[in-house]
Design a binder for this molecule. Sequence first.
Ligand code: NAD
Length: 322
Amino acid sequence: MAGHAAKTPVCVLGLGLIGGSVLRAAAAAGRVAFGYNRSADGVNAAITDGFDATAELDTVLQRAAETGALIVLAVPVPALPTLLDHVRRLAPNCPLTDVTSVKSAVLDDVTAAGLAEKFVGGHPMAGTAHSGWPAGHAELFVGAPWVISVDDHVDPTVFAAVLDLILDCGSVAVPARSEEHDAAAAAISHLPHLLAEALAVTAADVPLAFALAAGSFRDGTRVAGTAPDLVRAMCEANAPQLVPTLDRAMELLAAARESLTADGSVAELANTGHAARTRYDNFPRNEIVTVVVGEEDWRRELAAAGRAGGVIRSALPVRDSR
Ligand code: NAD
Protein backbone atom coordinates (compact mmCIF):
# COMPACT_ATOMS: atom_id res chain seq x y z
CA MET A 1 0.00 0.00 0.00
CA ALA A 2 2.97 2.32 -0.56
CA GLY A 3 1.93 5.87 -1.25
CA HIS A 4 -1.55 5.20 0.11
CA ALA A 5 -2.68 7.57 2.82
CA ALA A 6 -4.88 5.03 4.63
CA LYS A 7 -3.56 3.59 7.85
CA THR A 8 -2.79 -0.11 8.24
CA PRO A 9 -5.98 -2.04 9.11
CA VAL A 10 -5.99 -3.75 12.50
CA CYS A 11 -7.08 -7.34 13.18
CA VAL A 12 -7.49 -8.09 16.90
CA LEU A 13 -7.52 -11.72 18.06
CA GLY A 14 -9.27 -11.91 21.46
CA LEU A 15 -11.83 -9.22 22.30
CA GLY A 16 -11.52 -9.14 26.08
CA LEU A 17 -10.63 -6.13 28.22
CA ILE A 18 -7.40 -5.37 26.38
CA GLY A 19 -8.18 -6.62 22.85
CA GLY A 20 -11.65 -5.08 22.96
CA SER A 21 -10.14 -1.75 23.98
CA VAL A 22 -7.53 -1.92 21.18
CA LEU A 23 -10.32 -2.60 18.64
CA ARG A 24 -12.31 0.40 19.90
CA ALA A 25 -9.26 2.70 20.00
CA ALA A 26 -8.11 1.66 16.50
CA ALA A 27 -11.60 2.29 15.09
CA ALA A 28 -11.80 5.63 16.91
CA ALA A 29 -8.49 6.59 15.24
CA GLY A 30 -10.15 6.06 11.86
CA ARG A 31 -8.72 2.67 11.03
CA VAL A 32 -10.42 -0.32 9.48
CA ALA A 33 -10.53 -2.53 12.59
CA PHE A 34 -11.98 -6.00 12.91
CA GLY A 35 -11.67 -8.79 15.42
CA TYR A 36 -12.11 -12.38 16.42
CA ASN A 37 -13.40 -13.74 19.70
CA ARG A 38 -13.76 -17.38 20.69
CA SER A 39 -17.05 -16.97 22.53
CA ALA A 40 -20.24 -15.89 20.77
CA ASP A 41 -21.09 -13.70 23.79
CA GLY A 42 -18.08 -11.47 23.21
CA VAL A 43 -18.71 -11.34 19.46
CA ASN A 44 -22.36 -10.40 19.91
CA ALA A 45 -21.55 -7.75 22.49
CA ALA A 46 -18.99 -6.19 20.12
CA ILE A 47 -21.40 -6.26 17.17
CA THR A 48 -24.17 -4.74 19.29
CA ASP A 49 -21.78 -1.89 20.14
CA GLY A 50 -21.25 -1.32 16.41
CA PHE A 51 -17.93 -3.11 15.85
CA ASP A 52 -16.78 -5.60 13.25
CA ALA A 53 -16.35 -8.96 15.02
CA THR A 54 -16.65 -12.67 14.29
CA ALA A 55 -16.12 -16.06 15.94
CA GLU A 56 -14.65 -17.43 12.67
CA LEU A 57 -10.88 -17.42 13.13
CA ASP A 58 -10.00 -18.59 9.62
CA THR A 59 -12.25 -15.99 8.00
CA VAL A 60 -10.77 -13.16 10.04
CA LEU A 61 -7.22 -14.25 9.23
CA GLN A 62 -7.95 -14.55 5.50
CA ARG A 63 -9.28 -11.01 5.64
CA ALA A 64 -6.14 -9.89 7.50
CA ALA A 65 -3.95 -11.49 4.83
CA GLU A 66 -5.92 -9.85 2.01
CA THR A 67 -5.76 -6.38 3.57
CA GLY A 68 -2.23 -6.58 5.01
CA ALA A 69 -3.63 -5.92 8.48
CA LEU A 70 -1.56 -5.59 11.63
CA ILE A 71 -2.57 -8.62 13.71
CA VAL A 72 -2.81 -8.06 17.49
CA LEU A 73 -2.65 -11.16 19.71
CA ALA A 74 -4.80 -10.34 22.77
CA VAL A 75 -5.35 -13.70 24.45
CA PRO A 76 -3.72 -15.23 27.55
CA VAL A 77 -0.34 -16.93 27.08
CA PRO A 78 -1.65 -20.53 27.13
CA ALA A 79 -3.92 -19.75 24.14
CA LEU A 80 -1.06 -18.44 21.96
CA PRO A 81 0.42 -21.58 20.33
CA THR A 82 -2.91 -22.63 18.77
CA LEU A 83 -3.65 -19.12 17.57
CA LEU A 84 -0.13 -18.71 16.14
CA ASP A 85 -0.54 -21.95 14.24
CA HIS A 86 -3.57 -20.46 12.47
CA VAL A 87 -1.72 -17.20 11.79
CA ARG A 88 1.19 -19.15 10.28
CA ARG A 89 -1.15 -21.05 7.95
CA LEU A 90 -3.37 -18.17 6.85
CA ALA A 91 -1.62 -14.83 7.38
CA PRO A 92 2.14 -15.44 7.70
CA ASN A 93 3.11 -12.17 5.98
CA CYS A 94 1.05 -9.82 8.14
CA PRO A 95 2.82 -7.64 10.70
CA LEU A 96 2.20 -9.12 14.13
CA THR A 97 2.17 -7.81 17.70
CA ASP A 98 0.76 -8.79 21.10
CA VAL A 99 -0.35 -7.22 24.39
CA THR A 100 0.79 -9.96 26.73
CA SER A 101 2.21 -9.13 30.16
CA VAL A 102 5.27 -11.35 29.64
CA LYS A 103 7.52 -10.90 26.63
CA SER A 104 10.22 -13.62 26.48
CA ALA A 105 7.77 -16.54 26.69
CA VAL A 106 5.68 -15.00 23.90
CA LEU A 107 8.72 -14.37 21.72
CA ASP A 108 9.65 -18.05 22.17
CA ASP A 109 6.16 -19.13 21.05
CA VAL A 110 6.23 -16.78 18.05
CA THR A 111 9.71 -18.00 17.08
CA ALA A 112 8.57 -21.63 17.39
CA ALA A 113 5.71 -20.82 15.01
CA GLY A 114 8.21 -19.37 12.51
CA LEU A 115 6.70 -15.87 12.70
CA ALA A 116 9.44 -13.90 14.47
CA GLU A 117 10.43 -11.94 11.36
CA LYS A 118 7.04 -10.16 11.30
CA PHE A 119 6.69 -9.85 15.08
CA VAL A 120 7.28 -6.88 17.36
CA GLY A 121 6.03 -7.55 20.90
CA GLY A 122 4.06 -5.06 22.97
CA HIS A 123 2.66 -4.64 26.47
CA PRO A 124 0.27 -1.83 27.40
CA MET A 125 0.78 -0.95 31.07
CA ALA A 126 -2.93 -0.32 31.58
CA GLY A 127 -5.79 -2.45 32.78
CA THR A 128 -8.48 -2.92 35.34
CA ALA A 129 -9.52 -5.81 37.58
CA HIS A 130 -12.40 -6.56 35.14
CA SER A 131 -12.38 -8.71 32.03
CA GLY A 132 -14.28 -9.36 28.82
CA TRP A 133 -15.61 -7.07 26.06
CA PRO A 134 -17.94 -5.01 28.33
CA ALA A 135 -14.99 -4.02 30.56
CA GLY A 136 -13.11 -2.33 27.70
CA HIS A 137 -13.25 1.22 26.36
CA ALA A 138 -11.47 3.28 23.71
CA GLU A 139 -9.64 5.49 26.24
CA LEU A 140 -8.18 2.66 28.35
CA PHE A 141 -4.63 3.29 27.10
CA VAL A 142 -4.61 7.09 27.03
CA GLY A 143 -1.45 8.41 28.69
CA ALA A 144 -0.26 4.94 29.70
CA PRO A 145 3.20 3.58 28.91
CA TRP A 146 3.09 0.78 26.30
CA VAL A 147 6.23 -1.31 25.98
CA ILE A 148 7.42 -1.96 22.42
CA SER A 149 10.07 -4.59 21.89
CA VAL A 150 13.48 -3.77 20.39
CA ASP A 151 14.91 -7.29 20.37
CA ASP A 152 17.66 -8.10 17.87
CA HIS A 153 15.27 -9.57 15.27
CA VAL A 154 12.93 -6.56 15.17
CA ASP A 155 12.19 -5.23 11.67
CA PRO A 156 12.06 -1.42 11.22
CA THR A 157 8.88 -1.44 9.13
CA VAL A 158 6.96 -3.68 11.52
CA PHE A 159 8.26 -1.62 14.44
CA ALA A 160 6.93 1.55 12.83
CA ALA A 161 3.52 -0.07 12.23
CA VAL A 162 3.22 -1.22 15.85
CA LEU A 163 4.40 2.17 17.14
CA ASP A 164 1.74 3.85 15.01
CA LEU A 165 -0.99 1.73 16.64
CA ILE A 166 0.36 2.43 20.14
CA LEU A 167 0.29 6.19 19.46
CA ASP A 168 -3.21 5.91 17.94
CA CYS A 169 -4.32 4.32 21.22
CA GLY A 170 -3.11 7.47 23.02
CA SER A 171 -0.23 5.72 24.77
CA VAL A 172 3.43 6.64 25.04
CA ALA A 173 5.79 3.91 23.82
CA VAL A 174 8.62 2.62 26.00
CA PRO A 175 11.21 0.68 23.99
CA ALA A 176 12.67 -2.35 25.79
CA ARG A 177 14.23 -5.72 25.14
CA SER A 178 11.99 -8.67 26.06
CA GLU A 179 14.18 -10.05 28.84
CA GLU A 180 14.64 -6.61 30.38
CA HIS A 181 10.89 -6.03 30.26
CA ASP A 182 10.36 -9.32 32.06
CA ALA A 183 12.94 -8.55 34.76
CA ALA A 184 11.27 -5.17 35.34
CA ALA A 185 7.77 -6.69 35.32
CA ALA A 186 8.91 -9.24 37.91
CA ALA A 187 10.04 -6.40 40.20
CA ILE A 188 7.21 -3.90 39.73
CA SER A 189 4.24 -6.18 39.11
CA HIS A 190 4.72 -9.88 39.84
CA LEU A 191 6.62 -9.51 43.13
CA PRO A 192 4.06 -6.95 44.41
CA HIS A 193 1.32 -9.51 43.70
CA LEU A 194 3.07 -12.19 45.76
CA LEU A 195 3.95 -9.75 48.57
CA ALA A 196 0.32 -8.57 48.66
CA GLU A 197 -0.92 -12.16 48.96
CA ALA A 198 1.59 -12.90 51.75
CA LEU A 199 0.62 -9.71 53.57
CA ALA A 200 -3.09 -10.55 53.36
CA VAL A 201 -2.51 -14.10 54.66
CA THR A 202 -0.28 -12.82 57.48
CA ALA A 203 -2.89 -10.32 58.65
CA ALA A 204 -5.71 -12.86 58.34
CA ASP A 205 -3.97 -14.96 61.01
CA VAL A 206 -4.04 -12.10 63.55
CA PRO A 207 -7.42 -11.87 65.35
CA LEU A 208 -7.84 -8.07 65.64
CA ALA A 209 -5.98 -7.19 62.41
CA PHE A 210 -8.90 -6.70 60.00
CA ALA A 211 -10.76 -4.66 62.61
CA LEU A 212 -7.89 -2.16 62.71
CA ALA A 213 -6.74 -2.31 59.08
CA ALA A 214 -6.45 1.07 57.34
CA GLY A 215 -4.39 2.72 54.59
CA SER A 216 -1.15 0.74 54.78
CA PHE A 217 -2.97 -2.55 54.68
CA ARG A 218 -5.36 -1.47 51.93
CA ASP A 219 -2.57 -0.14 49.70
CA GLY A 220 -0.24 -3.05 50.37
CA THR A 221 -2.88 -5.71 49.64
CA ARG A 222 -4.85 -4.01 46.86
CA VAL A 223 -3.59 -6.32 44.11
CA ALA A 224 -4.43 -9.40 46.22
CA GLY A 225 -7.98 -8.65 45.03
CA THR A 226 -6.99 -9.87 41.53
CA ALA A 227 -8.46 -13.19 40.33
CA PRO A 228 -6.04 -15.98 41.36
CA ASP A 229 -5.99 -17.37 37.79
CA LEU A 230 -4.66 -14.07 36.45
CA VAL A 231 -2.00 -13.84 39.15
CA ARG A 232 -0.91 -17.38 38.39
CA ALA A 233 -0.81 -16.77 34.63
CA MET A 234 1.39 -13.67 35.06
CA CYS A 235 3.76 -15.03 37.69
CA GLU A 236 4.13 -18.54 36.33
CA ALA A 237 4.85 -17.40 32.76
CA ASN A 238 7.64 -15.19 34.14
CA ALA A 239 9.20 -17.71 36.55
CA PRO A 240 12.77 -17.35 35.19
CA GLN A 241 12.77 -13.65 36.16
CA LEU A 242 10.46 -13.85 39.19
CA VAL A 243 12.51 -16.44 41.10
CA PRO A 244 15.68 -14.31 41.40
CA THR A 245 13.52 -11.25 42.20
CA LEU A 246 11.83 -13.17 45.03
CA ASP A 247 15.26 -14.27 46.26
CA ARG A 248 16.35 -10.64 46.46
CA ALA A 249 13.24 -9.56 48.41
CA MET A 250 13.56 -12.52 50.80
CA GLU A 251 17.24 -11.73 51.34
CA LEU A 252 16.32 -8.16 52.32
CA LEU A 253 13.56 -9.35 54.67
CA ALA A 254 15.83 -12.01 56.20
CA ALA A 255 18.51 -9.39 56.88
CA ALA A 256 15.92 -7.08 58.47
CA ARG A 257 14.68 -9.95 60.63
CA GLU A 258 18.21 -10.76 61.71
CA SER A 259 19.12 -7.23 62.70
CA LEU A 260 15.76 -6.74 64.44
CA THR A 261 16.41 -9.89 66.48
CA ALA A 262 20.06 -9.13 67.23
CA ASP A 263 20.08 -5.31 67.60
CA GLY A 264 16.41 -4.31 67.75
CA SER A 265 16.90 -2.34 64.49
CA VAL A 266 15.36 -2.24 61.01
CA ALA A 267 17.43 0.83 60.12
CA GLU A 268 19.14 -0.73 57.10
CA LEU A 269 15.95 -1.70 55.28
CA ALA A 270 14.08 1.46 56.30
CA ASN A 271 16.89 3.67 54.99
CA THR A 272 17.64 1.86 51.75
CA GLY A 273 13.93 1.41 51.03
CA HIS A 274 13.20 5.09 51.55
CA ALA A 275 16.15 6.08 49.36
CA ALA A 276 14.99 3.76 46.55
CA ARG A 277 11.44 5.07 46.68
CA THR A 278 12.74 8.66 46.57
CA ARG A 279 14.74 7.82 43.44
CA TYR A 280 11.53 6.49 41.87
CA ASP A 281 9.64 9.70 42.75
CA ASN A 282 12.34 11.74 40.98
CA PHE A 283 12.75 9.44 37.97
CA PRO A 284 12.98 11.47 34.73
CA ARG A 285 10.64 10.98 31.77
CA ASN A 286 12.26 12.32 28.61
CA GLU A 287 10.90 12.21 25.10
CA ILE A 288 12.88 10.14 22.59
CA VAL A 289 13.15 12.11 19.35
CA THR A 290 16.62 11.63 17.87
CA VAL A 291 16.69 7.90 17.02
CA VAL A 292 16.13 6.98 13.36
CA VAL A 293 14.43 3.59 13.14
CA GLY A 294 16.42 1.30 10.84
CA GLU A 295 19.76 3.11 11.15
CA GLU A 296 22.78 1.30 12.53
CA ASP A 297 22.39 0.46 16.25
CA TRP A 298 18.84 1.83 16.42
CA ARG A 299 17.55 -1.05 18.57
CA ARG A 300 20.39 -0.71 21.09
CA GLU A 301 19.94 3.05 21.25
CA LEU A 302 16.22 2.73 21.85
CA ALA A 303 16.74 0.08 24.56
CA ALA A 304 19.22 2.40 26.32
CA ALA A 305 16.86 5.36 26.02
CA GLY A 306 13.95 3.33 27.43
CA ARG A 307 16.09 2.19 30.36
CA ALA A 308 16.90 5.82 31.14
CA GLY A 309 13.21 6.75 31.28
CA GLY A 310 12.74 7.77 27.65
CA VAL A 311 9.33 7.53 25.99
CA ILE A 312 8.19 7.91 22.37
CA ARG A 313 5.30 10.38 22.02
CA SER A 314 5.17 10.76 18.24
CA ALA A 315 6.29 8.82 15.17
CA LEU A 316 10.05 8.44 14.71
CA PRO A 317 11.73 8.76 11.30
CA VAL A 318 12.21 5.38 9.61
CA ARG A 319 14.92 4.31 7.22
CA ASP A 320 14.23 0.81 5.98
CA SER A 321 17.53 -0.78 5.07
CA ARG A 322 15.94 -3.35 2.75
P1 NAD B 1 -9.84 -10.98 29.12
O1 NAD B 1 -10.20 -12.18 29.95
O2 NAD B 1 -10.67 -9.77 29.25
O3 NAD B 1 -9.78 -11.40 27.58
C1 NAD B 1 -9.12 -12.57 27.17
C2 NAD B 1 -9.57 -12.90 25.76
O4 NAD B 1 -8.89 -14.08 25.33
C3 NAD B 1 -11.06 -13.18 25.63
O5 NAD B 1 -11.49 -12.60 24.43
C4 NAD B 1 -11.11 -14.70 25.57
O6 NAD B 1 -12.22 -15.15 24.83
C5 NAD B 1 -9.83 -15.01 24.83
N1 NAD B 1 -9.34 -16.38 25.05
C6 NAD B 1 -9.02 -16.96 26.21
N2 NAD B 1 -8.61 -18.22 26.00
C7 NAD B 1 -8.66 -18.42 24.65
C8 NAD B 1 -8.37 -19.52 23.82
N3 NAD B 1 -7.93 -20.67 24.32
N4 NAD B 1 -8.55 -19.37 22.47
C9 NAD B 1 -8.99 -18.22 21.96
N5 NAD B 1 -9.28 -17.13 22.71
C10 NAD B 1 -9.13 -17.25 24.05
O7 NAD B 1 -8.30 -10.69 29.48
P2 NAD B 1 -7.41 -9.42 29.12
O8 NAD B 1 -7.19 -8.67 30.39
O9 NAD B 1 -7.94 -8.71 27.95
O10 NAD B 1 -6.04 -10.15 28.78
C11 NAD B 1 -5.64 -10.42 27.46
C12 NAD B 1 -4.14 -10.26 27.40
O11 NAD B 1 -3.81 -8.94 27.82
C13 NAD B 1 -3.38 -11.21 28.32
O12 NAD B 1 -2.32 -11.78 27.60
C14 NAD B 1 -2.83 -10.31 29.41
O13 NAD B 1 -1.55 -10.73 29.81
C15 NAD B 1 -2.74 -8.98 28.72
N6 NAD B 1 -2.82 -7.81 29.59
C16 NAD B 1 -3.77 -7.72 30.57
C17 NAD B 1 -3.83 -6.57 31.35
C18 NAD B 1 -4.86 -6.40 32.43
O14 NAD B 1 -4.75 -5.54 33.28
N7 NAD B 1 -5.92 -7.21 32.44
C19 NAD B 1 -2.93 -5.51 31.14
C20 NAD B 1 -2.00 -5.63 30.10
C21 NAD B 1 -1.95 -6.78 29.34
